[in-house]
Design a protein around this ligand. Structure first.
Ligand code: UDP
Ligand code: MN
Length: 295
């Protein structure tokens, strides 16, 4: 049985445990076999979570990369929508990594929230831009973030917040169940089955989406450092994992089970269409014009 997450409320009519009435859902998986909660709308009381974390005066770091054309196309929408929905009422520091700091848009921020812009190199291959984020994040946690925030979320920029993405998502080590795979048998998971790659996994538990992961700065530092080492090991062996950093992230979460899993509400793809178990959409991927951004 899952542990009662902080801020959870008791309510009659529970199906998880006869002695303890939890809020829950019967139509979706709410707990992993290693007893991590899978966060779905209806399982938690948002106000309670917010009060608990407000009292702790936490600061949440949100890292996002906007290199090359991604800066013009996605960053403004990402930041302004985060102001509407991401950890509202909490202290937040956005760490924006870009090759062109002068072009970072000014977004109106609420009290207790700020943006730190960090210049990074623009790698010529998009695969490297994506994969080598792991190293930059690890280094920045070490040099900066650990002195400023307790929790770190690392997100892709090509998405937009459309609903609450709140303190219920905070945890030691947080992964996100990929919206394309949560309904599908493991057979379909696009894990890396190449034994030459450090990302090799035979089966996997869930297929996690690399567009969102997080945790305490300690956990995220270890995760990003490990993924970076694995990526470099592959480079030395002249192999590249099937889905780049996502394959390495999935390997990491296979070896180190996340303490919390976010439901696909936290990174939904509109192209999937209507699903009766998705009551709330919190973050959506932007439609991508690949020919335009990846040239
Ligand atoms: N990215 C970037 N510039 C690039 C390629 C990637 O800034 O040229 C960053 C950006 O934050 C993007 C993330 O790396 O969201 C992952 O790349 P992408 O979203 O293209 O990968 P996908 O989600 O399609 O797998
Ligand atoms: Mn993306």
């Amino acid at each position: 049985k899952c542990q009662l997450p902080p801020g959870s409320q008791l309510r009659p009519g529970n199906h998880m445990d006869n002695s303890l009435d939890l809020w829950s859902r019967t139509d979706v998986q709410t707990c992993t076999y290693w007893r991590a909660p899978v966060m779905w709308d209806g399982m938690f009381n948002p106000q309670h979570y917010d009060e608990v974390y407000r009292r702790q005066n936490v600061t949440v770091a949100l890292t996002v990369f906007a290199v090359g054309r991604y800066l013009d196309i996605y960053l403004e929408k990402f930041l302004s929508s985060a102001e509407q929905h991401f950890m509202v009422g909490q202290r937040v520091i956005y760490y924006v990594f870009t090759d062109d700091p002068d072009r970072v848009p000014q977004v109106k921020l609420s009290a207790g929230r700020s943006v730190t812009v960090i210049k990074v190199l623009r790698h010529s291959r998009w695969q490297d831009v994506s994969m080598l984020r792991m190293k930059t994040i690890a280094d920045t946690i070490d040099s900066l973030i650990r002195h400023q925030a307790q929790y770190v979320f690392c997100l892709d920029v090509d998405q937009e917040f459309v609903g609450r993405f709140g303190t219920e998502a905070l945890g030691d080590l947080v992964a996100l169940f990929h919206s394309y795979y949560y309904h599908r048998p493991k057979f379909f998971y696009t894990l890396d089955h190449n034994p030459k790659s450090a990302a090799y996994v035979e089966q996997g538990d869930m297929y996690y989406h690399a567009a969102v992961f997080g945790g305490t700065w300690q956990q995220v530092k270890t995760l990003t450092q490990s993924c970076y080492w694995a990526i470099m090991q592959d480079k030395n062996n002249q192999v590249e994992a099937l889905w780049h950093d996502e394959s390495h992230l999935n390997k990491y979460f296979w070896l180190h089970k996340p303490s919390k899993v976010l439901s696909p509400e936290y990174c939904w793809a509109s192209a999937i269409g209507y699903r009766s178990d998705i009551h709330v959409v919190r973050l959506v991927w932007a439609e991508k014009q690949y020919s335009f951004v990846r040239q």
